[in-house]
Design a protein around this ligand. Structure first.
Ligand SMILES: Cc1ncc(COP(=O)(O)O)c(C=O)c1O
Length: 370
């Protein structure tokens, strides 16, 4: 039997045109609002730019192969989250969100959905395994959570929700489909802010959802069409171009992250380190079982706000910035946003593709300045 290529290998050409003599390997972005459309309106593949267009289709087909479900792309991670929450809930439904997840998803729900009779409940990610889902209609949860990297068992949560007809959506941004196959684990929807690792070059804001459920898919696709939350062809093409190197980038990023996490965890100036790949980490057992990668984000605590600021200023290879998942290492003192309940000295570190020895040197040198 021929060897079945891994998802990592499939990523290289996912969504690219089939090989044909004389044709280019890749197509460029197609800029179109209007398509020739004569006669009755029916099954024509493209009709109007807000409904669908070829550059979207190529990327959606590419990601669908890797997610294992039909994919819809969006102009940001937030619009992907909004598509799930807005198109799938009805008045009286209860949404469950993580209390320690990406805060704007909670703000969106509070500001735009609760006033239409939707209820919001929250739960800390570390408490999800023992949570009673009885009153929940739809849950949009993150594992590992961000920034503190707690985990929960996706299959167990999906089983509990499905018993009562509920929907489980996973925000898979911190790992991507190569790091965690949310649909195969039982989630109904896998969502990702492709702004982060999938695009990975800090130059595009983007998102997608994927699902095997045709009904959910059609509701979210209609929401995109009628709300006009559509991605531009240039951004779509840039994300598709980046997709080809996702596997190789993640490999370097995650290997670097483990090396750094190990070094940080035995450093005298570091109070605590969270990284799901450390056997001592509370997330290790779940991560080892359900993740394909341990990830590229590390959170660690220094003695104070001042110590964390000094560390960030002393880094040379590591840029101070919010966001994560880029080829370049970035870090920030997360409490500066006031959105997460975390200590003042906590650094969220997104490990990039620099050479491991250089990165380790830079971080150890910066810690000496603390
Ligand atoms: C886990 C998570 N989900 C969703 C989002 C939203 O993505 P975007 O900024 O592309 O709207 C972010 C952004 O930081 C995120 O970290």
């Amino acid at each position: 039997m021929p060897h079945k290529p891994s998802l990592g290998s499939l990523t290289v050409n996912a969504g690219a045109p089939a090989p044909k003599n004389g044709e280019a390997f890749r197509k460029g972005p197609e800029f179109a609002s209007t398509f020739h459309l004569s006669g009755e309106v029916g099954s024509q593949s493209y009709q109007y730019g807000r409904f669908g267009q070829p550059t979207w289709t190529a990327l959606e087909q590419g990601i669908a192969t890797l997610e294992g479900g039909e994919t819809i792309i969006f102009p940001s991670g937030m619009s992907a989250a909004a598509a799930i929450l807005t198109s799938l809930v009805k008045p009286g439904d209860t949404i469950l969100l993580p209390s320690d997840g990406y805060a704007p998803v909670r703000y969106y729900t509070e500001q735009y959905l609760v006033r239409f009779g939707v209820h919001l409940r929250t739960v800390a990610t570390a408490d999800i395994d023992s949570f009673d889902f009885a009153s929940i209609d739809i849950a949009l949860l993150e594992t590992p959570s961000n920034p503190m990297l707690d985990t929960f068992d996706i299959s167990a949560a999906a089983d509990k929700l499905h018993k009562q007809g509920g929907i489980l959506a996973i925000d898979n941004t911190t790992l991507t489909f190569l790091g965690q196959q949310a649909l195969a684990l039982g989630a109904d929807i896998s969502m990702c802010a492709d702004t982060k690792a999938v695009n990975g070059h800090s130059d595009v804001v983007f998102g997608h959802v994927a699902t095997q459920n045709a009904q959910l898919c059609s509701k979210m696709r209609d929401w995109r069409k009628y709300s006009g939350n559509i991605p531009g062809p240039m951004e779509t093409w840039l994300v598709h171009r980046s997709l080809s190197t996702l596997d190789v980038r993640l490999e370097r990023m995650c290997n670097n992250a483990l090396l750094l996490a190990e070094a940080l965890s035995s450093h005298a100036k570091v109070k605590t380190v969270r990284y799901p790949g450390l056997p001592s980490d509370p997330s290790y057992l779940v991560a080892q079982r359900q993740q394909k990668l341990f990830g590229f984000i590390i959170s660690f605590e220094l003695a104070s706000k001042e110590a964390a600021d000094r560390f960030l200023q002393a880094c040379e290879l590591v840029y101070e910035a919010t966001s994560f998942g880029g080829v370049h290492s970035t870090a920030e003192r997360r409490a500066r946003w006031g959105t997460d309940k975390i200590a003042d000295g906590v650094i969220r570190f997104s490990v990039g593709c620099e050479r491991p020895d250089d990165l380790l040197n830079d971080v150890m040198h910066a810690l000496e300045q603390v």
